[in-house]
Design a protein around this ligand. Structure first.
Ligand code: PLP
Length: 453
């Protein structure tokens, strides 16, 4: 046999051969050739405490020395119990119940299942359908993919996905035709209500949305009042509200729950990436006391979870990460420094009209590139501007998160920045210093590609 084992990778955006990771140190990663990368996006908005934090590593090692994993049907653990207390407290006491999982997709999958189980338990088994939004991303398992509107990632699986209804995204930069900014929230709430009534409220289990859209939109915070308005619509029709905070939650926006800033508490919510900061795989589906009471009465509890649910060393990592964030006051820092960082980015790109929008909350920031800032027309997809920015930045020693398709599923170029919460002001300035020429050069190259076509 002359074959080599391979692993699948993706998102290489034109980097010819992936370098081999050697080690990390704070906000920096180093490859096996000794090249240094500033992690300006915390990978895919995960590494909220940077890399190789000695206290987190010590906590994981200490747990491993005792036991790696106590199987959930046989044991509870100090780490899992402590993390549950911390997460519930961080989330304002609204979610005393949770199912731990190993990824964001599994967290979303569990949220969907909890919603279905809830309606079954209440004798409303007709409520099987989900409503989601255009330009959203909820994950790669079949259920999570079904509620996602990310064309390139869905295409190969169409035909086997759940029958999900989609409504417009909530994007103040790209308003629906004929709608003005001040009309947006009412327009979207009406659209959701009309969709519920069209497919029949008695068939709808839940509405799922990202409070701040991540990969599919290039960081799109919902306009003020949106979350409250759509939640009110859902409640009127017995439809559960699922907040997908896998990317925007766990403090990324400067509050543990992104929806805290909207004054909204969903019925069910997913978290993952920043929960254990990538030190171990960890996510969770959180649900309210009211949901729990229904599930417990009918079936004894939530009927979801996996072999590694509540994995002990993952929970120990989560405890350590969350304790450091609290001890070091990192959420307040993210909230206030996020504002100044966005402002600094706006100043740095004020003379680049192709940087059409710089938006976000806390340390969750999106830059949207446009060919024409007046009409907001994107560069054509064949120019592959987002990928070119990602590749040039990577080569220049900066990790950012480029994404595409935010305009119509195919066209659109965005770059996400999501630095570690404990990145220094000098490191934030370095992100801008590297990104600034990268974006300028990539825009020139994109214009050339269009002219040559
Ligand atoms: N939900 C949201 C909002 C996400 O951004 C992601 C991943 O980017 C997921 C779910 C899926 O998470 P994972 O890749 O950990 O499965």
């Amino acid at each position: 046999m002359n074959s080599r084992a391979t692993v699948t990778g993706s998102g290489t955006y034109g980097v010819k051969a992936l370098p081999k990771i050697a080690y990390g140190q704070g906000s920096y990663l180093f490859d096996s050739d000794g090249k240094r990368y500033l992690d300006g996006s915390g990978g895919p908005a995960v590494y909220c405490l940077g890399h190789a934090h000695p206290e987190v590593n010590e906590a994981i090692k200490a747990q491993l020395d005792r036991v790696a994993h106590g199987y959930r049907y046989l044991f509870t653990s100090d780490a899992m119990e402590e993390l549950t207390e911390i997460v519930n407290a961080n989330a304002g006491g609204h979610f005393p119940h949770m199912v731990y999982v190993g990824s964001g997709s599994e967290a979303v999958e569990s949220c969907l299942k909890i919603a279905l189980q809830y309606h079954t338990a209440r004798g409303e088994k007709s409520r099987r359908r989900f409503i989601s939004r255009r330009r959203s991303w909820h994950g790669n398992t079949l259920g999570a993919l079904s509620v996602s509107d990310f064309k390139a990632r869905r295409e190969a699986f169409e035909g086997s996905l759940l029958d999900v209804a989609f409504v417009s995204s909530a994007n103040a930069y790209r308003l629906p035709q004929g709608v003005e900014g001040h009309q947006l929230v009412a327009y979207l709430a009406d659209e959701l209500e009309a969709q519920i009534l069209t497919i029949g409220a008695q068939t709808v289990a839940a509405f799922i949305f990202e409070p701040v859209v991540g990969a599919a939109g290039g960081v799109v915070p919902a306009p003020k009042g949106y979350a409250a308005a759509v939640s009110a619509v859902c409640r009127r029709h017995g439809v559960l509200v699922i907040g997908d905070e896998v990317m925007c939650g766990s403090g990324r926006t400067g509050t543990f729950r992104a929806l805290e800033q909207d004054g909204v508490v969903p019925d069910i919510m997913s978290i993952a990436k920043g929960l254990a900061g990538g030190y171990q795989p960890l996510g969770a589906a959180l649900y309210s006391e009211a949901i729990h009471a229904v599930l417990a009465a009918a079936h004894g509890g939530a009927m979801t979870g996996h072999t590694f649910t509540g994995h002990t060393s993952s929970c120990a990592a989560g405890v350590a990460v969350q304790k450091i964030i609290a001890r070091d006051g990192l959420l307040q820092s993210v909230l206030s420094r996020g504002k100044t960082f966005r402002q600094a980015l706006r100043t740095a790109f004020a003379d680049v009209p192709e940087v059409g929008d710089i938006r976000g909350r806390g340390f969750f920031i999106g830059l949207e590139l446009v060919a024409d800032p007046l009409t907001k027309t994107p560069f054509p997809a064949y120019a592959s501007l987002h990928a070119d920015i990602g590749r040039r930045a990577f080569e220049a020693g900066l990790i950012c998160y480029p994404s595409t398709g935010n305009v119509d599923g195919t066209n659109g170029d965005t770059v996400i920045l999501a630095p570690p919460y404990n990145a220094s002001d000098e490191e934030l300035a370095e992100i801008i210093a590297i990104l600034s020429p990268v974006i300028r050069d990539a825009v020139v190259a994109a214009r050339r590609a269009v002219a040559l076509r």
